[in-house]
Design a protein around this ligand. Structure first.
Ligand code: FES
Length: 188
């Protein structure tokens, strides 16, 4: 399946495309020689596992839950910001999830400042990221947004459905990794 750039942008602002029950997430562009040699660009798509992350009722505003997805070692945080934010889901549009691996050089960031919805500063070179604005880098050496974990709420269960943008150090979020099992509950 080949998406146009317009399809890619639309999918990126939503939750990816659901095709045949699988979640296809655009993670980048490639020249389309592999798709017919037109010289145009085509979206790279990835099919991710669906993994239970948390109970929505157990989530406390401003208190992150930490989990690995889509493979062991790919760490993320899930947090309710307490107010509607970009890409937030749930009844208050305040539930978001991002990789906590810094997009500068990959250091794990474990400090979350709930009053500002900011992840950071990074312990290596002090980059910070605004989780209310799609994980944009707001300070320091990093120039790229954090990868965003696509979420779904089903009843009281919060599921990870995919990762938008490449995880630091990977040119494919899924290749060669030991993926979590569909429906598996992740450690908090
Ligand atoms: S690794 Fe985070 S700012 Fe350098």
């Amino acid at each position: 399946m080949v998406l146009t750039r317009r399809d890619f942008l639309l999918a990126g602002t939503a939750a990816g495309a659901i095709v045949g029950g699988a979640v296809l997430v655009p993670i980048g562009f490639v020249l389309s020689d592999d798709y017919g040699g037109s010289g145009a660009t085509a979206a790279r798509l990835a099919t991710f596992p669906r993994a239970r992350v948390a109970s929505f009722a157990d989530l406390q505003i401003g208190e992150p839950v930490w989990f690995d997805y889509p493979f062991e070692g790919a760490s993320n945080l899930l947090v309710r910001t307490g107010e509607p934010v970009l890409a937030g889901i749930g009844p208050d549009r305040d539930l978001v999830s991002y990789s906590n691996q810094c997009t500068h050089m990959g250091c794990p960031i474990t400090e979350y400042r709930p009053d500002e919805h900011v992840l950071g500063p990074c312990p290596c070179h002090y980059s910070s990221f605004d989780l209310s604005r799609d994980g944009i880098a707001t300070f320091g050496q990093a120039t790229q947004n954090l990868p965003r974990v696509l979420l779904e709420i089903d009843g009281d269960d919060v599921y990870a459905m995919g990762v938008f943008r490449l995880i630091f150090g990977h040119d494919d979020n899924l290749a060669g990794e030991d993926l979590v099992t569909v429906g598996e509950e992740m450690g908090a």
